[in-house]
Ligand binder design. Structure first.
Ligand code: CMP
Length: 143
C-alpha cells in the first residue's frame, strides 16, 4: 500500500494545529503508520531539503525547520501521496484553496505549516530518512 511522509513544521506545532492536521488525515480514511515529535539539527534539515540546496531561500528554509519541534508522520492509503498533497494545498498559501490545510491556516510561503512528499519515490526516500527504524505494521479495515 502506498505511503507518504508528512511533517508538521515548527509554525504548525507552535500554533496548536497538530490535532487539526492529524484529524484531517484520519477523517479522510488514511492510516497513521508512524509518528514522532522531535527537533532536527541543521545537518538533518539540509539532508531532507537537499534537492533545494541551490535555491536562494534554502538557508532560511533550514533555519525555519530547525527553529522548533516538528511532527514527522507516515500515512498510508490508496493514492496517499497525491491525495495528501491535495489535503495540504499548494506550496504557496496564496494559491492554496480554502478547505486545504495551507489555504485555511497559512499566508506566507516561508511559513506554510506542513510538508508532504511530492512523489512516491520522494516519499520512500523521506520515510527512510526520518524513520530508519521502520514504521508500525497494522492495516486499517477501511482500506
Ligand atoms: P515544502 O512542501 O516543505 O517543500 C519545500 C519548501 O520550501 C516549501 O514547502 C516551502 O516551505 C519552501 N519554499 C518554497 N519556495 C519558497 C520561497 N520562494 N521562499 C521561501 N520558502 C520557499
Amino acid at each position: 500500500m502506498e505511503q507518504t511522509f508528512i511533517m508538521i513544521k515548527p509554525d504548525g506545532v507552535q500554533r496548536g494545529l497538530v490535532g487539526e492536521i492529524i484529524g484531517r488525515f484520519e477523517k479522510k480514511g488514511f492510516s497513521l503508520k508512524g509518528l514522532k515529535f522531535l527537533n532536527v539539527d541543521q545537518a538533518f534539515a539540509e539532508k531532507h531539503y537537499a534537492d533545494l540546496s541551490s535555491k536562494p531561500f534554502f538557508n532560511g528554509l533550514v533555519e525555519y525547520i530547525i527553529s522548533g519541534p516538528v511532527v514527522a508522520m507516515v500515512w498510508e492509503g490508496k493514492n496517499v501521496v497525491t491525495t495528501g498533497r491535495k489535503i495540504i494545498g499548494a506550496t504557496n498559501p496564496a494559491d492554496s484553496a480554502p478547505g486545504t490545510i495551507r489555504g485555511d491556516f497559512a499566508i506566507d510561503i516561508g511559513r506554510n505549516v506542513i510538508h508532504g512528499s511530492d512523489a512516491v519515490e520522494s516519499a520512500r526516500k523521506e520515510i527512510g530518512l526520518w524513520f530508519p527504524e521502520g514504521v508500525a505494521n497494522w492495516s486499517s479495515s477501511l482500506q
